[in-house]
Every structure is written in structure tokens, then in C-alpha cells.
Design a protein. Sequence first.
Length: 500
Amino acid sequence: MTKIVDHWIGGKTAEGASGTYGPVTDPATGAVTTKVAFATVEEVDAAVAAAKEAFATWGQSSLAQRTSILFRFRALLDEHRDEIAELITAEHGKVHSDALGEVARGLEIVDLACGISVQLKGELSTQVASRVDVASIRQPLGVVAGITPFNFPAMVPMWMFPIAIACGNTFVLKPSEKDPSASMRLAELLAEAGLPDGVFNVVHGDKVAVDRLLEHPDVKAVSFVGSTPIARYIHATASAHGKRVQALGGAKNHMLVLPDADLDAAADAAVSAAYGSAGERCMAISAVVAVGSIGDELVEKIRERAEKIKIGPGDDPASEMGPLITKAHRDKVASYVAGAAAEGAEVVLDGTGYTVDGYEDGHWIGISLLDKVPTTAKAYQDEIFGPVLCVLRVDTYDDGVALINSSPFGNGTAIFTRDGGAARRFQLEIEAGMVGVNVPIPVPVGYHSFGGWKDSLFGDHHIYGNDGTHFYTRGKVVTSRWPDPADAPAGVDLGFPRNH
């Protein structure tokens, strides 16, 4: 019997009323295992209404009440991390260890939210003028929404809602329709932790649900993670409706390898960062830039390591890499490899014909490695979002920096070198929001914010960390004067207030 995933509205499951369902497949077998309800405009409105009603009390609740619930949620999340990882593997396809890692990174942001009281402290200046005090405070926005991608169905929502809720907002989540079950389990755990009904809601669907959230007058802010074209659309549409927006887009993350680098360490890092999670992550290294004469040796070391990667079902402990999310995505990724040679690249490894015995209908693709890739090739220009690594050759450090900075994306980048001066120069000169020095995937820890530059971010705020707190709150400044019993009447004065 096919599993049905419905919505979560007002603290309980809400059966889909549209009659429209989307298929959810097991990527390892290609079989449809689940149907997810697609929300109508009216169902989105019901979720927003539930969140608005809950905000009337949640927005006035104490910090102690909010954080105590989040502490209980954290304990439940830790207790059920294996179960959530299994849901992720079943619908996304990533191996179980990778899914566990995703839950762990989400837990980091829950930890941050549990300590939100420190970040919400205001400021006070006393006696700025005679008996005048000025205080700065931060207050929640109201109903906020999150629209999240398929590649991290638990982690990316947890980049958003724990901080939003801790700050006093209520939340409506629209997760990817490709792997919706993890978000529903998170909703159940929040309810078990004691979160009041309506504070957290989940609606599934497609563009109908997204557009309604973007235009709904009661939604005050929208957070998004996904591709650059959709991020641009989200930002433009939500902003046009007067909303605060943080929209994180796509990436083409480069790794610059200098001639003095430890090539074994660089090759290990390139393989891990390019092929982990089957390349379906916005912080994957998809372009290695080899400087000088090291290119041939580096490519050979990458090839040796890549050929040993064990590809198989995500629930097999022996598997290091699983399938891609859908057959359509698998075919799109393969097309970049198929056309690479004609565009001037050298195909070192071609994984497009890979299959797994007994799982022939799964969305399988093997490891692909392209060398001497020209910057005009589609495999270099586009975000492939699969296990395809491009290697480009440059003569000098300056050539490498110029190449990286010419990319329209600016999400993450890395340099591998033993030269501290070169590394310091790189982190100042490179045009990207996150930089790794001998670290291939420089995803910040929870108390530093995540986000890119250029076409990788639309909006002024990065996600989680201090930026997350600022995004989900707005500042207010209060200037007050209280009369002293000994004061004589001051009289009317139409001039500027005197501070001296």
C-alpha cells in the first residue's frame, strides 16, 4: 500500500483536500513508495491563519518558555536521529551515514536556538541627555515561511525554523515535494516537545503553494534555499509583496590547488567534496583549479581515489555514495558528461553507464571526472548538482583567482597550499561568501552565518548565526524621559533637543 503524506496545520495532520498528489520514489529502486498531497491556495491560507492565531500568544511568550520547548525538541531529535536518517535515505537516496551527518548539522542550529536569549539581549544607554535613556530591542516579525530543497530535507528546514521560533515567530514550511517525510516527523517531534498548536505548520505542494506564500499579506518574511533562477524569482516576487527575503541560490564552488600543496591531501579533499552525497549539495566542490605543473599528477591522484568509491543503496552500510533523487535529474547530470568531449574537455572517468545489480531501475550514475575543461563548456558554466568534477588548468595564482572571480556564482571556495601568505591573500581577494583554507567544504558552524555572494544569494541576510537572528526580528529604539519629583515645569521649547 502506498504511503500518503498530508499537511501539518494547527498542531495536527490535515488531510489533503485538493485531490492532487505528487509521487515520491525510492531512488535506489525507482519505485513510487509514497504520494504527497499538493496544497491548494485555501490550504496554504489555513496554515497561515493557524500560524497567525498562534502568534498572538507565542509572540508574547517568555524566552524561558520558548527555549525550554526547544531543549525538549533537541532531546527528542537526538533520540530519533536514526529514524529521521532512515526517512531521508528512503526518499533522497543518500547513504545512512550522510543522512545522520545532515541531522547532526541541523542539531547545531537547534543548539543555537536553545541559547537564543543571549543573542536577543538589547542595548541600553542611560543619561544620553538629562534624565533621558535610549534602549534598542528586537521583536519578532509574526508569521514567517521557509521553502526548502530536496538535497537536505531535515537540515535546511532546521537552518530556519528553530531560530525563527526561538525569536517568537510562527512558521509555515513548504518542503520539497520529492522527499517530504522528514519534515513531517520534525513537526511531530515539535508537538511532542510541547510546542503550541499553530506555531509550526507544514504544507506540501508545487508552484501554487509557493506563490501563495510569497503573496500572502500575513506572511512577513520568506527564507529559501535552492537554485539561482528560483532564488531570483522568490526574491523578486516576495519583495514586490513587501516581505523580507533571504534567498540562497546555486553555486559553482572552486578549489584552487597551488604547486606547494600536499597533493594527496588535496586529492582526498577533492574526491570527498565533489562526490559526497552524490554531488547533490550546494557546497560541493565541482571545479578544481590546478596551478602550474601539478595538474597531471593531481588528476591521476583524484582518478585513483574516485574509482574506489563504492556506489549502492543508501541503506547498505557498504555504500559510500547512493543514487540521484530522480531519473530526470540523473539523465540531466549524464548529459553534461556526454557532451563534454565535444566542448573540448578530456573525459577521464565516465560514470553515465553505471548500474547496480538487483537495482537496475534505480537512479544510478557513477563517478565522472573531466580534465582540461574550458570555461566555455556547459559542464563548467552550469551547476550540475551531481557527481561530476571538472578540472581546469591555469599558469599562476593570479590566473586562478581571476578565473574564480569571473564566475557569476560566489557561494563557497577553497585554497590548498602550505603558504600562509598566499592563503591570507586568497581569503581577502576571492569573491565568495565562504572560504576554506585547506578545508574543501567551508560550511560555517551554527554560530557563524552561512551564505554566498553574487548569484548565490538574493537579499541582505545570510542564514542562521547572527544573521538568522537579525532576519527573524526587527529592531526598535525606545527613547524615554521620566520626570523627577523635584523638576520644575520645563515649558514649551520648539528648538532642537539639547544633549549637553
